[in-house]
Design a binder for this molecule. Structure first.
Ligand SMILES: [Zn+2]
Length: 411
């Protein structure tokens, strides 16, 4: 029904477009991004879709239903990657969805709704430091101010879009009307170890965990590492070290909570100088919004108390926040039927990672199907899935599509 070998071959083909030699890094609106857009557009057309690039750089393919212009079932995932990434995070969802449409097209099957497959241009947010640009444009929640944001070489998003041949003034037209999208479903690798541990090829996502991101700046007093006695120091890095451990400790108090200090920078950064300034980031995630906001509050209180005790000036800047995005129970049920139809056990699990569905949920109910990945590893060249699991994932998605009933969509 779906060609498993072709799914993996196409993931390999996309992975060859990378700025990182011998690995995979493909950021939004890069020459490598342009190359994969061309490939994906070709595959979409080959599968019987009308396909084009939209104004934010998403590849959009449309397979009409029994008559043209019907509301669509939206499928997809993203085509950008993190640095030194794996080949399947994002790409599996785009290629798997194209494979489903190719199967319908080969049987000349038309459904009572259209199918749209989107390869979102930016989900990871690597280049401009803000995530979900592609899906936010589709959901109508694109913030025009983001156009001014600059990448590390000082190029503004608006200019990068123009350089790519796109017109930023047309971004509002990318937004879909609610009634035009019946639902959104995304196939994605799990990026965690649960399915592998339980010997299951696929799982149904219940919700995408919410996250809060902070930037913390600590200012103490730089000084000579040899001459300033310990009791007279205001060492910003030693204070940060306490803060990092506090961030870890707070998350350890609750099994559903995770928090990470992923980046830290100390200035001036010399072996013989007491660090005077430190900045670090905090990322907190949880499947419940209250749990997350309590954790953030506890972290802020700890930072305040540590810096107060050490006579360090602390500034905390909130960077980004997203609440929990629940997957729609009626869509989960339909995915469960599709899983059960293959005589596989139904496993529900939350997503610890963020996905395009977080943005799309503003215009449509969402569902996600996870595919087992080796060792639960993602965002790494070690990311790996089997052809069998890819085939099961795409097969379940195809079953879901073919049994989707437009009259089940809540008004
Ligand atoms: Zn992803």
């Amino acid at each position: 029904m779906v060609e498993a070998a072709r799914i993996l071959q196409r993931c390999d083909a996309l992975a060859r477009h990378s700025e990182l030699e011998g690995g995979l890094t493909r950021v939004y609106l890069s020459p490598e991004h342009r190359a994969v857009c061309a490939l994906v557009l070709g595959w979409m057309r080959e599968a019987g879709m009308q396909a084009e690039l939209d104004a934010i750089g998403n590849v959009v393919g449309r397979y009409e239903g029994s008559r043209p212009g019907l509301p669509c079932l939206m499928l997809g995932s993203h085509l950008d990657t993190v640095r030194d990434a794996g080949k399947y995070d994002g790409m599996l969802g785009v290629i798997g969805a194209i494979e489903c449409v190719a199967s319908l097209n080969s049987r000349k099957k038309r459904l009572p709704f259209a199918i749209e497959v989107i390869g979102f241009g930016d989900e990871e947010g690597v280049r401009f430091g803000t995530t979900l640009l592609g899906s936010r444009a589709v959901a109508g929640s694109f913030d025009k101010q983001v156009l001014e944001m600059k990448d590390s070489s000082g190029i503004a998003l608006a200019d990068a879009l123009r350089e790519f041949g796109l017109d930023p003034a047309r971004i509002p037209q990318v937004a879909r009307k609610k009634h035009a999208v019946l639902a959104y479903a995304e196939l994605h690798i799990e990026q965690g170890p649960v399915l592998e541990a339980e010997g299951l090829p696929v799982g149904i996502v219940t919700a995408i965990n919410g996250f809060s991101r902070l930037r913390v700046a600590l200012r103490g007093q730089a000084g000579h590492a040899g001459t300033v006695p310990m009791h007279l120091r205001r060492d910003a890095l030693a204070a940060a070290a306490e803060c990092v451990l506090a961030v870890e400790m707070i998350a350890k108090k609750h099994p559903e909570l995770v928090s990470t200090v992923g980046r830290i920078e100390a200035k001036p950064g010399a072996i013989n100088v007491i660090p005077g300034e430190v900045t670090f980031t905090v990322d907190v995630r949880a499947p419940k919004d209250a749990l997350r906001s309590d954790a953030v509050r506890a972290i802020l209180a700890e930072i305040k108390s540590i810096s107060g005790r050490r006579k360090i000036e602390a500034k905390v800047e909130p960077l980004q926040e997203f609440g929990v995005t629940a997957c729609a129970p009626w869509l989960m049920q339909r995915l469960e039927r599709a899983v059960a139809a293959r005589e596989l056990p139904v496993r529900r699990l939350p997503s610890g990672a963020g996905h395009d569905g977080m943005a799309i949920s503003a215009i449509a109910d969402i569902a996600m199907l996870f595919v087992r990945c080796k060792g639960g590893i993602s965002h790494s060249p070690l990311e790996s899935i089997t052809a069998d699991d890819a085939a099961i994932g795409a097969g379940v998605l195809l079953h879901f599509i073919e049994n989707f009933e437009t009259n089940a969509v809540p008004a």
